[in-house]
Design a protein around this ligand. Sequence first.
Ligand code: ATP
Ligand code: MN
Length: 461
Amino acid sequence: MYKPETIKQLLERNPLNDSVTVMGWVRTFRSNRFIALNDGSTLTTLQCVVDFETLEDGLLSQIHTGTALKLTGLFVESQGKGQSVEIQVNNLEILGTADPDHFPIQPKKHSLEFLREKAHLRIRTNTFAAIMRVRSALAFAVHQYFNSNGFFYMNTPIITGSDAEGAGEMFKLSNTDFFGKETHLTVSGQLEAETYAMGLGKVYTFGPTFRAENSNTSRHLAEFWMIEPEMAFYDLEDTMELAEDFIKNTIGYVLEHCKEDLSFLEQRLTDEDKTKPENERSPMLLLEKLKFVVDKPFIRLSYTEAFEILKYSKENQKKKFKYPISEWGSDLQSEHERYLVEKHFNAPVVLFDYPAKIKAFYMRLNEDQQTVRAMDVLFPGIGEIVGGSQREERLDVLELKINQMGIDAQELWWYLELRKFGTAVHSGFGLGFERLVMFATGMGNIRDVIPYPRTPQNAEF
Ligand code: ATP
Ligand code: MN
């Protein structure tokens, strides 16, 4: 195996009574003797015991929380409680010091808000290291899922020439001379992914998307990573099936492969809950919640059915909603989605067949001429995690829609050509990766599940 070895690899190999070398950062140093060393490979810290009487002068005083070290010593069964193995250090090298008067990540509880301002160092905490390991595992699970289900990974442009996607406010690029036209940062790779689905069959993108979201919410970023599968010959039912299976598989993957980190995050959440009023606490523990999603079928119902439930709900009758439900056809607000998911069904909900007026131009019109083959997957604590649809494959209907919505058809010439040459039923969805990471880790703010969040008035780092 290639060296240097990580602490995770070392613990798995368990080379009892061998001499080993490790490198990492000091988490704590106590009694001038016990170093808890972490290298990021695992939540577990390795206890490294130094003999301060034989240690070179001046070394001891440099060992603080945050110091980077290289240690060599005997890997042995531990005499002490709290760990099964330890290293009896016989050689210690200081790689980099960390002045305790200035290093902000000290072994005490730091607020998530404080750590956001130290985003370059927050990865040295157990919480952020656990979150980012889970994030990495989830990304791997995404690729694995699609790869083993016959999908091809494709990359759609980040700079786009069309502003007709209608998925949200776009960031404009200033150098129009360069491209000879106005360009934007993409809000979605869907339209381009559709073109590839109509040649490769099943494709997916997994890349950065940008929205000039002006609202400062705990679920929106200006830059986020979106997973967008797009499939030829899939209708809406097939796509709802895929979305559910995909979520169950990726969550199932981290349940299996990130046990240690998830247990830690569960404990963190439980501790955090204790500081909250009873009615704001999570009714389920994190692992229980993840297993629940993996095991239970999602509830499927049409917008119209959801509308009826909401309209006749106690909340609505007693005027408890900020946006009362009265007219069929209005968009559901997050308070309504939360009511359905968290109160009424207490399960993930897939809503479909939305009013055409509140959805994008490319969604397939139903026979009733009022609704489109759209679907949203709504999650407890998260709200919308997936938005998708069956795409309008009929040229005449699509052109009519584009005209009605006042969209410039000329810009979409290539998109319309798909409907002229070998058009077919096809569908897809978009899933915000950070919302999936939020759900898996139980974190309540999207700023804490991406290394460097981009939000209004915040592009530090
Ligand atoms: P929302 O209603 O939450 O703003 P949306 O309807 O704008 O979502 P879509 O355009 O359907 O969302 O995008 C697909 C998915 O991308 C959403 O289901 C969500 O998971 C994610 N998403 C959308 N906007 C953001 C954002 N600003 N930050 C992070 N994820 C997002
Ligand atoms: Mn939005």
